[in-house]
Ligand binder design. Structure first.
Ligand SMILES: [Zn+2]
Length: 139
């Protein structure tokens, strides 16, 4: 597949920009990686381990597929923002981050109101694919 997956600087800067804009800079930057190729039903994944002995603290990771990066900056930004909400649920609220819960939807809907998205409800397919699933066509 690809050579060593180096994470482009613009992706790290994008995280910092989105963090400032939508999370008041409160998120710590997790490990950000590139997943080779594509995944059947996902654009990206988020992992959170509350305690890792080797690190004396939590470990968080966001991985985005090469396929997403190839779709350009806006699509990548949307995908990263989605994973950042999972990260916020895990680290700011200390709640279950794995599902598209009430908390996930609350954060997504607050951001969605600013970026032109229809509202989502917990557990829906639209929530799984937020914000691409509900973005209004005026971008
Ligand atoms: Zn998700």
């Amino acid at each position: 597949m690809s050579t060593k997956n180096s994470v482009p600087d613009w992706l790290l800067s994008l995280f910092d920009d989105l963090n400032e804009t939508y999370f008041d800079g409160k998120l710590e930057r997790p490990f950000i990686g590139i997943q080779p190729g594509s995944m059947p039903t996902k654009n990206a994944w988020y992992a959170y381990v509350p305690y890792l002995e080797s690190r004396n603290g939590p470990f968080a990771a966001i991985s985005i597929t090469e396929e997403v990066l190839a779709k350009g900056r806006d699509y990548t930004s949307d995908t990263l923002l989605h994973e950042m909400i999972h990260h916020a649920v895990a680290t700011l609220y200390k709640e279950d981050h794995a599902s598209h819960s009430k908390r996930f939807c609350e954060i997504a809907n607050n951001i969605g109101a600013r970026i032109g998205c229809l509202r989502i409800v917990p557990g829906s397919v639209a929530a799984e694919r937020w914000p691409q699933s509900v973005r209004l066509p005026s971008r």
